[in-house]
Design a protein around this ligand. Structure first.
Ligand code: PLP
Length: 454
């Protein structure tokens, strides 16, 4: 005997209830109706298929509709706590922003702003001016341009300056950065003719000299980014490339990748090429990311000679890859931290990189005391984001010895906010380096809850 489908409550009857009124208040009437109808349709089908089922209470039907509404509106781009110790974690959004940068983002987007408006003259202005004056002041470059990301910056420079012309690059620099970004593919896409010189491990000045005996538009240097060649290797310095190229009237474009403005050696790391060094070496154009070692928003920054930047700006692609007001506003504030010599204090990634192992150990000990569990052990954090491959920072982690550590990780990811940790030698480890102080409480609550259930 199957249930009598006529006994199912009507949509209108369900809508009369207080529970439905609450749903309408939260989700709006059309979507609530859609969810109730979907639930009833589903219920009818299940009742027909399974004769044993009985008709649920109104409250249960509305609970199910509420679950539906929640799952329809669930967003997947949500904040997480990064306890991995990887400072520029590409999958976790690279660089967290400074407080001042975040405030700028908020105030610029809740109302109108001067994106393309000249306040003094009361006429149309240019969106280029906002971050560019700061970039010029900071780097000494004649001109600057900000676009959507560094991949776009490289594509744009090559398209504007080297289409149908030869571009000479060391074979050792034909890298794949990740996310499908390959330097040779970008060069092809721009219409430039790729001329690779030297061998995988050794590239000499004379390789460039020979290649430049024929006309070329550009010499490209690309940062190795996420890999390192060891052993019997050599590459000409940027100074040498500039000398060889300029003697023949050829432009040098330096794709710096991470675009460090501070010296990474002062934190016990290897040397990461800086923007200032590329300027000093005489590169004509330099491009780098806004959200790697600069510690700002996603952006591609191009600086260099005024005539070249002007040419790049005029290319039709420039409009297609332009930066939006959020990126420009946040980048401008991030740059002021460098100008004011407060980058290490204000920019989260530099604060994280600059934290000493002892400070981190003290934090891990505090966590251990709160949980009354685990062990504080020495480990390594990574910088990430395609910079400083193989380089690590000495750190201390809180290590928990729990059954089924990978299941524990999954439970951490299901917490609110989700916590991303890692397993090392069968232990679940939490690196305080990348956990912001204001996230500490939520992290410890999440761990405690999970511990209470196993
Ligand atoms: C990361 C990187 C890019 C791409 O930069 P995005 O800002 O991620 O688009 C290009 N070139 C190099 C050398 C890089 O390291």
């Amino acid at each position: 005997m199957s249930a009598d489908l006529r006994a199912l409550p009507a949509v209108e009857a369900l809508l009369q209830t207080q529970q439905a009124a609450n749903l309408v208040a939260e989700y709006g009437r059309p979507l609530t109706l859609e969810a109730i109808r979907a639930e009833l349709t589903d219920l009818r089908r299940r009742l027909k298929e399974n004769g044993e089922l009985t008709i649920p209470e109104r409250g249960q039907i509305l609970d199910a509709a509420s679950d539906r509404l929640e799952s329809w509106l669930r967003t997947t781009l949500v904040p997480v706590i990064n306890a991995t110790g990887v400072v520029l974690h590409t999958n976790l959004g690279r660089a967290p922003l400074s407080r001042a940068a975040m405030n700028a983002a908020q105030s610029l987007t809740t109302g109108y702003c001067t994106l393309e408006y000249d306040l003094a003259k009361g006429v149309r202005g240019s969106r280029s001016v906002h971050a560019e004056e700061l970039l010029k002041h900071l780097t000494g470059a004649e001109a600057a341009l900000v676009v959507n990301n560094n991949a776009a910056a490289l594509l744009l420079c090559l398209s504007a300056l080297a289409r149908r012309q030869r571009v000479v690059i060391a074979r050792s620099q034909l890298v794949e950065i990740g996310g499908g970004f390959r330097v040779p593919d970008v060069m092809n896409q721009s219409g430039a003719k790729l001329v690779e010189v030297g061998t995988t491990n050794r590239v000499h000045r004379r390789d460039f000299e020979e290649a430049l005996n024929e006309p070329a538009a550009l010499v490209l240097r690309a940062h190795h980014s996420n890999f390192r060649i060891l052993g019997f290797t050599t590459e000409p310095s940027l100074e040498e490339l500039v000398e060889v190229a300029h003697a023949r009237g050829v432009i040098v474009l330096d794709d710096l990748g991470s675009g460090a403005l501070l010296n990474t050696e002062q934190y016990g790391l290897a040397h990461e090429p800086t923007v200032q060094e590329s300027m000093k070496a005489g590169a004509d154009l330099i491009c780098f990311s806004g959200d790697k070692l600069l510690g700002g928003p996603q952006a591609g920054i191009i600086i260099g000679k005024a005539d070249l930047v002007a040419k790049v700006k005029k290319h039709p692609l420039a409009r297609a890859v332009r930066a939006d007001k959020l990126a420009l506003g946040v980048l401008a504030v991030t740059l002021t931290h460098y100008l004011k010599n407060e980058a290490e204090r204000e920019i989260p990634i530099w604060r994280m990189i600059g934290t000493t192992p002892e400070q981190i150990e003290a934090r891990a000990q505090r966590w251990r005391a709160v949980l009354d569990l685990g062990e504080v052990i020495e480990a390594h954090s990574a910088v990430g984001g395609g910079s400083l491959p193989e380089e690590t920072l000495r750190t201390f982690v809180l290590a928990l010895n729990v059954p089924q550590p990978n299941k524990f990780l999954a439970r951490l990811r299901a917490a609110n906010p989700p916590v991303i940790a890692r397993v090392e030698n069968e232990l679940v480890v939490f690196d305080p380096r990348t956990v912001l102080p204001e996230e500490e409480g939520a992290l410890l609550v999440a761990v405690k809850n999970i511990l209470g259930k196993i």
